[in-house]
Design a protein around this ligand. Structure first.
Ligand code: GLA
Length: 401
């Protein structure tokens, strides 16, 4: 599939920001571009330990991922031990000294993240933060934590269903209040800590999370390392582009690049589209055993530059024709990125996909760069594209017409 694409930008209707979002954008010092790093859950789940996190930090440096922008080393669920008589939460045996681990990660020029939730228990059944929000936030700050993922889980049964079994709206208000409480507790520490909401998109979280101090919020359920999961989540991001911007991002979940049954084409498409979505790029694979082709995808600087573009505008799905989707993202300096992705079977020269540049607001030949071959391409109106199944054409056009 080689394609040429070109042209100026389509006039896409980006939802204008609400005053609350504008205020957040102006004041938030954290996550001015989508956070990049690694998270333990997608590959290690409950097997994560101190040694594995140190190894991940080492690999982020030695593989060149750090230089490519991956900075956060995030410990997900299962680090938690028990609370003592003062309510202080301790780590479990897998993490003998969290402060020392944070110091180690920082010594590599990286940042460290951690995980909790507003209920009594995390999703994996470990101790969470209900009733200890300020205490936990202060402890994170004392350890030197830079990022918190806060996962709803047992708050549903502990509080929402218990306190208001028959009133869904009140349940949602309780949920907002719980996220606000931790947002305030983090702020009160005085340490910049990226605040990541994880409640699977309930109650249109993108509409209220920024005002509560959220820097990113999961929009959807948990990703799995297979095409159907990734593509379903991707499709559910269409229309949310107005809610993303510097300091506040939609989070379609962590990367599965290099995990499970994803083929090389599927890994490329997943990574390309998360970049188009201005999504956090949190690798979730086994870094010490990463295959070269996976590393090449995760460290593609041109694709990362799309994700990290300073303008912070998330892509829109401009049109679909059957199982081919065409997305476009506006970039700083008037550039655009165009992605053509084939979710169906192979398209051969007998019946290729014909790219309609006019639908993108582009007129005439568009000169650009194919970000996976690195070659210059020209896109023209109606040009035929032979697209392999589940593969993507991703083109950057610096001077669209
Ligand atoms: C939930 C989250 C996942 C992960 C697990 C940990 O399922 O959505 O991303 O954090 O909990 O238990």
């Amino acid at each position: 599939m080689r394609l040429s694409l070109v042209m100026p930008i389509a006039v896409l209707a980006f939802t204008s920001l609400t005053p609350a979002l504008k205020a957040q954008t102006a004041s938030s010092p954290a996550a001015l571009t989508p956070p990049m790093g690694w998270n333990s859950w997608n590959y290690f789940a409950g097997k994560v330990d101190d040694k594995g996190v140190r190894a991940a930090a080492d690999q982020i440096v030695s593989t060149g991922m750090k230089d490519a922008g991956y900075i956060y080393v995030n410990i997900d669920d299962t680090w938690e031990g028990k609370r003592d008589e003062n309510g202080m939460l301790h780590t479990n045996d897998k993490f003998p000294d969290m402060k020392a681990l944070a110091d180690y990660v920082h010594s590599k020029g990286l940042k460290i993240g951690i995980y909790s939730g507003p209920g009594t228990r995390t999703c994996a059944g470990y101790e969470a933060s209900l009733g200890h929000e300020e205490q936990d936030a202060k402890m994170y700050a004392d350890w030197g934590i830079d990022y918190l993922k806060y996962d709803l889980c047992s708050f549903r049964s502990d509080v929402m269903q218990k306190q208001s079994p028959n009133d869904k709206a009140e349940q949602m208000r309780l949920m907002h209040a719980a996220y606000e409480k931790m947002g305030k507790a983090l702020k009160a520490t005085g340490r910049p800590i990226v605040y990541s909401l994880c409640q699977y998109g309930w109650d249109s979280v993108w509409e209220w999370a920024p005002a509560l101090g959220g820097n990113l919020w999961r929009t959807t359920g948990d990703i799995q390392p297979n095409w159907n999961s990734m593509y379903t989540i991707l499709s559910q991001q269409a229309g949310l582009e107005g809610y993303a911007g510097p300091g506040h991002w939609n989070d379609p979940d962590m990367l599965e690049v290099g995990n499970g049954r994803l083929s090389p084409a599927e890994n490329r498409t997943h990574f390309s589209m998360w970049a188009m979505l201005a999504a956090p790029l949190l690798a979730g694979n086994d870094l010490p055993n990463m295959k070269p082709e996976v590393k090449a995808i995760l460290t593609n600087r041109d694709v990362i530059a799309i994700d990290q573009d300073k303008l912070g505008k998330q892509a829109s799905r401009v049109y679909s024709e059957g199982e081919v989707d065409v997305w476009m993202r506006h970039l700083s300096g008037g550039a655009v990125a165009v992605a053509v992705l084939n979710a169906g079977s192979d398209r051969y020269s007998t019946h290729p996909f014909h790219l309609d540049l006019a639908k993108l607001g582009l007129h005439g030949e568009q000169k650009g760069k194919d970000l996976w071959t690195g070659k210059n391409v020209a896109l023209t109106q109606g040009m035929p594209l032979e697209l392999p199944s589940h593969d993507i054409l991703l083109v950057r056009i610096d001077a669209p017409k």
